[in-house]
Design a protein around this ligand. Sequence first.
Ligand code: PLP
Length: 365
Amino acid sequence: MARPLKATIDLNAILHNYKYAKKLHPTCKAFAVVKSNAYGHGAVKVAQYLDKEADAFAVAAIEEAIALRDANVVSPILLLEGVFEGDEWSVCEQNGFWVAMENAQQLESFINSGVKIEKIFVKLDSGMRRLGADKTLACELVSKLRESGRVGEVLLMTHFACADDVSDSMTMTQLSVFEETRREIGEIQASVANSAAIMKWAVPEGGWIRPGIMLYGISPFVGLTGRDLGLKPAMTLTSKVISVRTLEQGERVGYGLSYEAPERHQLATIAVGYGDGYARHTCNGAPLQINGMAAELAGRVSMDMITAKFKDTSNFLEMGQTVVLWGENVPVETVADAAGTIGYELVTRMTSRPRYCYLVDSEIK
Ligand SMILES: Cc1ncc(COP(=O)(O)O)c(C=O)c1O
């Protein structure tokens, strides 16, 4: 018998969410953002499944793009952080990779490389102050790339710092810096929107949107789940109860004995821990489901196990009962909240330890 922890990824859900993003902006093309192993969902499997539908994929860097080509993914792939070293340019040309560019060194190495690239996205720093050229340099990069005659199309992109907060005016400020730069350049296609902007902000018509977290059915907004937004959660993390005991009132549990039974009740030990990606700092009371009923974490998360109890402790715990750690009826966003983090981090930090299983039309692929 194998350890019962399993991450089930519904590929139909990811396709649904991709189509949903495009439906919100019918004039735009869409990158499916599959960086960081498709936010922990398995980049190769996700990209292979979306390959016929997606306009293009976006990854952080060349290693991630090569892994997709090695897996016979044929759609264009954008390197969101561009190239780090000059010898990457020839690999980009050979593999048809598209490249983001934000600095003069990247321009120089491109000019020296002699390669032809189908699309280069000049990245403007419109206010996030993390990556991107200022307005003057962005205009210069665009004109030099065009003059080189070796780029099929030069586009202008930016990234928002606060699009997940609809009350924050920073997104409007960034949009106006972007539009001002665009006017200075003249005719140029735009790419500005991450998931939050796709769902809640007015973004430029035409050009390219870049949905990431929403593809996986997870909300970028505090207090809202993917389901609240019309998305289908893609990952369900399940395990089983591997031991059951009864605690007397006042008995304490686990490392640091951080949980104390307020009354006599049963306690389940479940096969999942921080060695699998279940965050160690998830607090007592974090939601989960056992045997289809509401349960909560009771005790500190260990490397391989957690302990939990039913919310209604009159329910009966038994070994072998199925546990949903997140997924249907247990939104990953609420578990993330109990761990003081965001859904992005919980899924992305999943390790290779659980069994991964991919569903298409409810059948295992
Ligand atoms: C440049 C860029 N575009 C798009 C995305 C996708 O963002 P989200 O997952 O919030 O949709 C990211 C993610 O960090 C990014 O760095």
